[in-house]
Design a protein around this ligand. Structure first.
Ligand code: TXA
Ligand code: MG
Length: 304
């Protein structure tokens, strides 16, 4: 339970360099002091994450974020409009930013997010730390939207988990890189590309670099241990069928056909499907609009 005693315990552990799993409005994060190289190394070890994959740093507010990154007018507009909330900004790193080298994996930029969840906010404020936190799952696996998912992913190696129930958004934050000549969508999420284009007054630049910057964008990610088949109206007998709307399935992301509800249920449905007795997973098609774009992004990678 994430009551005040549990939060105080988590803060104490973070201050001495331990890792703690903390709920956010998107997914549970595996958090540690971003300025402590040993604590950051512990995140990479616990996740089994390749060390060229940089971490998102969580901040309590925009003012704190300015100690870590350089905000131009567009970056400030985005922060003003969407923080606290499920948007991560990739911005030029401040030269004297108090973060361990491994956090940014040597990039000249840093990914920052100001989360809205009251438990994460309480931990940030009471610790006074900047918290590096990737999703609290083993690298490449299904993201955690419940404390049980964190336990399932780490088993015996499980860190302390602040349990605040299911995450409201259920999909990782939208990642936007603000570049000199425009902006790029590095990962679709709860804040849509249309909302950002509307605010900034221009469409995104294409993401062309062959070198990946956001491994959440690697072809295979968010992957269950079983084969996944997409756009399935009728499953075969050895498949666990995740339905949507009128297509019932063994489980249903949203019988009402509500995309926000489907996003909130997606990772829990994948965890359940993975734990079922069936050999494979089949998933009904999801409309590719609004947050459905982010759902389909995760599904393609889960199936790759
Ligand atoms: O909703 C979220 O963003 C969750 C919660 C815990 O806040 N966190 C999360 O972290 O999804 P993670 O580590 O699973 O995904 C972070 C993504 C990675 O794909 C990483 O490559 C990218 O952010 N990233 C981090 N720093 C970057 C940078 N400087 N430039 C480009 N991409 C970066
Ligand atoms: Mg992740």
């Amino acid at each position: 339970m994430a009551d005040s005693a549990a939060i105080a315990d988590a803060v104490e552990r973070l201050l001495v360099g331990d890792v703690v799993a903390i709920p956010t409005e998107t997914v549970y994060g595996l958090a540690a002091d971003a300025s402590n190289a040993e604590a950051v190394a512990q995140i990479y070890r616990t996740k089994g994450r390749p060390d060229f994959n940089p971490l998102i740093v969580h901040v309590p507010d925009h003012a704190a974020a300015e100690r870590l990154a350089q905000f131009d007018d567009r970056a400030s507009m985005l922060a003003f409009r969407f923080w606290p909330g499920p948007l991560t900004l990739v911005l030029p790193l401040q030269p004297d930013a108090p973060v361990a080298k491994a956090v940014t994996a040597g990039l000249p930029t840093i990914a920052l997010r100001c989360p809205a969840h009251p438990v994460m906010q309480a931990v940030l404020r009471q610790s006074g730390l900047f918290l590096a936190a990737p999703s609290a799952n083993r690298s490449g696996g299904i993201s955690p939207t419940r404390a049980e998912h964190v336990a399932r992913s780490f088993g015996d190696a499980m860190p302390l988990v602040l349990d605040a129930g299911p995450c409201a958004a259920g999909l990782e934050s939208t990642i936007v890189a603000v570049r000199e000549n425009g902006w790029q969508l590095l990962r679709p999420g709860p804040v849509t590309a249309d909302e950002i284009a509307h605010l900034l007054g221009e469409p995104p630049l294409p993401v062309t670099e062959a070198k990946f910057e956001a491994p959440g964008q690697l072809a295979s990610h968010y992957a269950p241990s079983k084969p996944v088949r997409l756009n399935v109206t009728e499953a075969v007998s050895d498949e666990w069928h995740i339905g949507y709307g009128g297509i019932a399935g063994d489980d249903n992301l949203s019988t009402e056909g509500d995309l926000a509800e489907a996003a909130a249920h997606l990772f829990d449905a994948l965890h359940k499907a993975d734990a079922s007795a069936k050999k494979a997973i089949a998933i009904t098609s999801i409309p590719d609009e609004g947050i459905g774009v982010a759902i389909n992004d995760r599904l393609r990678r889960a199936a790759a």
